[in-house]
Design a protein around this ligand. Structure first.
Ligand code: HEM
Length: 173
């Protein structure tokens, strides 16, 4: 296929992905006011976060920063100067999220849990993803970063709302 056709296909795929992400986000926002009271949600009890150990506060702040910047990176145009600046900030936030989590062991009586495997994987995969970008291996870079964002942040973030965990108590407890 000629090069212009390939780049048009890539642009159309990017637009489709952004459209799907936009529709999903809009649906979640529209459903939230109806679902939240049925799930027993209330205004966030931030006193619980304020009373948490510093390592957990650092972890939450870094994870939420990575979530916000990661969403912009996934939806936005790739390869620009802004993408690179936000990308480095995202890498720093993800590294802080993963390293701080190594010190959080309250949930498993002082021992590490299976979730720490994700921290190990993040610490290994982040430099590999950056290396792929610097070598212009765009496909590999995209696979690593999307895997870290979806597999790491979205799934690990989702698990933090399991009953009994801190964020579940902040919103539902
Ligand atoms: C939006 C994303 C995330 C949020 C809001 C979040 C929040 C939290 C919170 C509040 C805790 C304290 C324990 C508790 O929940 O009671 C925690 C623990 C932990 N987090 Fe995260 N986190 C996120 C993403 C991540 C990511 C990306 C990783 C790994 C790279 C990670 C790894 C861990 C680990 C290993 C623990 C300790 C769990 C255990 O001991 O079983 N988290 N997280």
């Amino acid at each position: 296929m000629p090069e212009t056709n390939l780049s048009m296909h890539a642009a159309a795929r990017g637009l489709r992905r952004r459209g799907v992400a936009g529709v999903l986000a809009a649906t979640a926002l529209a459903a939230a006011p109806f679902l939240a009271p049925r799930l027993g949600a209330h205004l966030p009890n931030l006193a619980l976060v304020a009373a948490a150990p510093l390592k957990i506060q650092v972890h939450i702040l870094a994870a939420l920063t990575a979530l916000a910047i990661g969403t912009m990176l996934m939806i936005g145009v790739k390869g620009t100067r802004l993408h690179r600046t936000l990308g480095w900030t995202w890498v720093a936030a993800m590294a802080t999220t993963a390293v701080s989590s190594l010190f959080i062991r309250e949930m498993n009586h002082g021992a590490m849990s299976w979730i720490h495997l994700l921290s190990g994987w993040t610490i290994v995969a982040l430099p590999m993803a950056v290396y792929a970008a610097r070598r212009h291996k765009v496909h590999l870079h995209r696979r690593f970063m999307t895997g870290l964002f979806v597999g790491g942040l979205l799934i690990a973030g989702g698990f933090t709302f399991l009953p009994g965990r801190l964020l579940w108590r902040v919103f539902f407890g």
